[in-house]
Design a protein around this ligand. Structure first.
Ligand code: 5AD
Ligand code: SF4
Length: 443
């Protein structure tokens, strides 16, 4: 058993956040305790992301900051893992740039970090282990995770992605889609419910809607999986991410609509409002099909709150294509949109396309779209004034206020009038929206 401390830097999506919970579990199994700051750590882990160039640059900058820490503590162990290291030649370049790195492993072998660490401690020799694909065995290895959030827990349902959107590096670094058997997912969710404190359970996959396509025996579809879990006893809310519009079925919309425990905050990345760009992106749906799904959801799902992802400045995007995205945002009125500038990724189909746009054009478009969405978001939250939010999770407090979160993750400030427990769901009437916060009263 070790008696040192660890600190994990996590970049990127929820999948990485969840994988860092596994890394923390493996470290704590070996006796390490969490450090408050990187300077106090004996093991530093960088769980990287490579979805956009900015994410890579952030990680590289921070790995560089380990140098002075290592100088002060020569026994410091530096490990780098995650999507970035899965790319060809990156592990080698990182080691060259930062010779103090001791362990490198990929996103597909997170579960084996403990073994790599043990080996390093034994041999004191650089460890490099990167697997091209996640193996089923590794995905089922049982790890006591150290979950980050006291009230909310992630559960993997699929790993990898088969979609090959032309801009995206994920299928190259995370490999083909693998679904976890439904029974294994049910067991993990039941265990979480039994712990009692987890009020929000989020099912994770790159494209949850294609869950089960690769399962040979006992084929379970995503709507079936979702409804089975929603029928488990217990006071919890069920969420999922991410959904791909091409696979979103009417059955899924019905399951969401009829099950009270399933969150009505739905994240449905559209990426662009232009058919030409959607085709170039290999998204496999049209603007019309996307808007059709949205219309159905709006009709059937009471209390629906929609969010999306958008990429601006994709190759060959004209002013007209961009305006199609603007008009889609205005038409749908998402409560929130995560807007990104297209970033060229090595080895993807889009990298080799003609007609890449200059950075100035991308910048101008992203600023314009962010401004438009800001107004839509403000209108959305203003429109909530006077409504009753059925399930607000109380997850913080100050001297005078309780802090809650709505289903779509928006903070609600509630005056301390009656006593509430942290980790409790309450019904809240929204009374105001100002300074980016909702204000409410418990009903
Ligand atoms: N450039 C910009 N944004 C990207 N995303 C994925 N790949 C890229 C890229 N190369 C965005 C998409 C996706 C989200 C997770 O990240 O919008 O939905
Ligand atoms: Fe990337 Fe598309 Fe797969 Fe999402 S669905 S991870 S955007 S390739």
């Amino acid at each position: 058993m070790q008696n040192g401390k660890y600190y994990i830097f996590t970049y990127g999506c929820q999948m990485n956040v969840h994988e860092s919970e596994k890394l923390a579990g493996l470290l704590e199994e070996r006796g390490y305790k969490k450090a408050d700051k990187p300077e106090d750590a004996d093991v530093l882990v960088y769980n990287t992301c490579c979805i956009r160039e900015g994410a890579e640059q952030r990680a590289i900058g921070n790995i560089g900051n380990a140098k002075p820490i290592k100088k002060k503590n020569p026994n410091l162990i530096v490990a780098v893992c995650g999507c970035m290291t899965q790319q060809n030649g990156v592990a080698e370049n990182l080691k060259k740039k930062f010779p103090f790195i001791n362990i490198v492993f990929g996103a597909n072998n997170v579960e084996f970090f403990g073994e790599y660490l043990d080996m390093f401690l034994k041999q004191r020799k650089y460890q490099r282990n990167i697997l091209d694909e996640k193996t089923y065995q590794s995905s089922t290895k049982s790890i006591q995770m150290i979950r980050d959030d006291p009230y909310s827990a992630y559960v993997n349902i699929t790993y990898g992605c088969n979609n090959f959107c032309t801009y995206c590096i994920v299928p190259y670094v995370r490999g083909r889609e693998i679904s976890r058997p439904a029974e294994e997912i049910y067991a993990e969710v039941k265990e979480l419910i039994n712990v009692g404190k987890y009020k929000i359970i989020t099912l994770l996959g790159q494209n949850v809607n294609s869950y089960g396509n690769d399962l040979k025996d006992n084929k379970t579809t995503f709507p079936e999986l979702l409804e089975t879990i929603a029928n488990f006893d217990g006071d919890f809310e069920l969420r999922f991410m991410s959904s791909h519009p091409k696979d979103l079925s009417d059955e899924l919309i019905d399951v969401i609509a009829r099950n009270e425990k399933i969150s009505k905050a739905i994240h449905l990345p559209v990426q662009s409002g232009s058919d030409k760009i959607l085709k170039l992106m290999n998204r496999n749906y049209t603007r019309e099909k996307y808007l059709g799904i949205i219309q159905k959801m709006k009709q059937k799902i009471k209390g629906l709150s929609l969010s999306t992802d958008i990429i601006v400045g994709f190759a060959q995007e004209t002013e007209e294509d961009f305006e199609d995205t603007v008009s889609l945002l205005k038409e749908v009125q998402f409560s929130n949109a995560y807007i990104f500038m297209y970033s060229k990724r090595k080895g993807t189909v889009a990298e080799k396309m003609e007609g890449h746009l200059p950075i100035e054009v991308k910048r101008e478009r992203i600023h314009k779209l962010l401004e438009i969405q800001k107004e839509i978001t403000n209108n959305h939250f203003n429109s909530l004034i006077g409504t009753i939010q059925e399930r607000v999770l109380i997850d913080g407090e100050t001297q005078t206020l309780y802090l809650g979160k709505t289903q779509c993750g928006k903070v609600v400030k509630i005056k301390k009038e009656k006593e509430l427990q942290l980790g409790q769901f309450v019904k809240v009437k929204i009374t105001d929206y100002s300074g980016g916060n909702l204000y409410g009263e418990v009903q």
